[in-house]
Design a binder for this molecule. Structure first.
Ligand code: R5P
Length: 291
């Protein structure tokens, strides 16, 4: 086995290779003046299980092309099997045709990846509860969850927590986390107005007592979901908040806005950022042992 760090996966790929005690190599990626990209393996991959680690943040579409080119090249160079580890897999949020003629992105991206790869590992994909990762991909797909890392972080760092899910999509995660921590939870009601605008409310009277509010969610992107939730809870006298998320996409100055609103954000390192304090490389390394 050889672990290959693609341009947005190096930080985790190196940790994974170290944990598995297998060779590591960077994928060489070149960008041309016209925005085309070129990729090159710097190690011999013939006869090997090649693991491409790529997290799809920032210039997401370049990340996708890079992985597809790398997978095709690895096969062309005689790799035995090509595996994609996607700590954060994009395009999962568009899971149905909201408007006529629209692309169902989660189906499209899984179809494209299935054509070039042999197997895919994904950490906490954002999926509607009725959609299974294994139904999207025609290759073997493995869904990994960081829940126990998040539980452990809360246990060690936050006393007397009240776990708050900002929308009904977070219910599954919230139930598991609060169940293991043996603490109460609350789910807020969210209405999405646009990709960067949401309305949030709570539908019952709540007793917050001396609880520490801990939002948990799979993704923080613009941060607006949490910021709107904070506005609502501040009306109940809550002054400061914790927020633990799996994927810290953190666009449009989200972190700064959340800090100003007295929200302490911590994420896993599926996407590198200044608050990615929960290391999930062990989760991926353990899963890869079965190859
Ligand atoms: C949506 O259902 C997700 O679970 C997150 O709540 C959402 O993606 C967060 O996005 P934003 O930070 O832009 O509000």
């Amino acid at each position: 086995m050889i672990i290959i760090g693609c341009s947005h996966g190096k930080y985790l790929a190196q940790k994974i290779a170290k944990k598995l005690k297998v060779p590591y190599s960077d994928l060489k990626v070149k960008k041309f003046p016209d925005n085309e990209i070129g990729v090159r393996f710097m190690n011999n991959v013939r006869g090997k299980v090649v693991v491409l680690v790529q997290s799809f943040y920032g210039n997401v579409n370049d990340c996708v092309v890079e992985v597809l080119f790398a997978a095709e090249t690895a096969k062309d160079l005689g790799a035995k099997k090509v595996i994609l580890v996607a700590p954060y897999l994009p395009y999962m949020r568009k899971d149905k045709r909201y408007e006529s003629g629209e692309c169902i992105s989660c189906i499209a991206i899984a179809g494209i990846i299935s054509k070039s790869l042999d197997r895919v590992y994904v950490v906490d994909p954002h999926l509607h509860k009725d959609i299974k990762l294994s139904k999207l991909f025609s290759i073997k797909s493995v869904e990994l969850t960081s829940n126990h890392y998040i539980i452990d972080y809360i246990k060690r760092n936050i006393k007397n927590p009240l776990i708050v899910g900002p929308d009904k999509g977070s219910l599954g995660m919230v139930k598991i986390i609060s169940g293991k921590l043996k603490c109460k939870y609350m789910i807020m009601e969210k209405e999405r107005i646009s990709s960067s605008k949401v309305k949030v409310r709570i539908n019952k009277k709540i007793n917050l007592n001396d609880k520490n509010i801990v939002f948990v969610d799979d993704i923080i992107s613009t941060g607006n979901t949490i910021l709107e939730s904070v506005k609502v809870l501040k009306k109940f006298g809550v002054k400061k908040f914790d927020c633990i998320a799996v994927h810290g996409i953190l666009v449009e100055n989200a972190l700064e806005k959340l800090r100003k609103a007295k929200v302490k954000v911590v994420t896993t390192n599926t996407i590198p950022n200044n608050v990615a304090k929960i290391d999930i490389s062990g989760l991926i390394a353990e899963a890869l042992k079965n190859n």
